[in-house]
Design a protein around this ligand. Structure first.
Ligand code: IDP
Length: 160
């Protein structure tokens, strides 16, 4: 592990984002990635995968007592997911703002959930809700050596 991978703060802060099976089926991968690219965040990991039941149960372990837990795991297992790691200043919080509220009905136009979906149980994208969750989720979904540190040529135009 090099210095960049171990120092995940400031402009090196990272979050885990996943385009859920409905987002993949509805051909929203490109459009969703475009939002984060245009914003100025840096993509450092990406894969299309069918997640296992064990992985999804672990991912959503905090919700295991909720009545919708098993339905949620089935939904997430219903097709491929585009799993990604994005990097940038305040990326965890800003990505959540860009995603919108958990329920699309409460999400404002201009947010991903506000623009692309209608129901809470088909809300197209996941984003880590805290730096702690991001750390946990990134290590759950990606091996560290599968993340790519790269210097973006536009960085000077995005950060002071
Ligand atoms: P978040 O995805 O906005 O962080 P969480 O409360 O962590 O929201 O819930 C995880 C996921 O569980 C939601 O994105 C949504 O897909 C699903 N979910 C949340 N609440 C409900 C519900 O009341 N019914 C069905 N699915 C739900």
């Amino acid at each position: 592990a090099n210095i960049f991978q171990s120092t995940c703060t400031g402009v090196n802060e990272r979050t885990f984002l996943a385009i859920k099976p409905d987002g993949v089926q509805r051909h929203l991968i490109g459009e969703i990635i475009r939002h984060f690219e245009k914003k100025g965040f840096k993509l450092v990991g990406m894969k299309l995968m069918q997640a296992s039941e064990d992985l999804l149960k672990e991912h959503y372990i905090a919700l295991c007592d909720r009545p919708f837990y098993s339905h949620l795991v089935e939904y997430m297992r219903s097709g491929p997911i585009a799993a990604m790691v994005w990097q940038g200043l305040d990326v965890v919080k800003m990505a959540r703002t860009m995603i919108g509220e958990t329920n699309p009905a409460d999400s404002r136009p201009g947010t991903i959930r506000g623009d692309f979906c209608i129901e809470v149980s088909k809300n197209v994208i996941h984003g880590s809700d805290s730096i702690e969750s991001a750390r946990r989720e990134i290590s759950l979904w990606f091996h560290t050596d599968k993340l790519t540190c790269w210097a973006e040529s536009t960085e000077h135009w995005i950060y002071e």
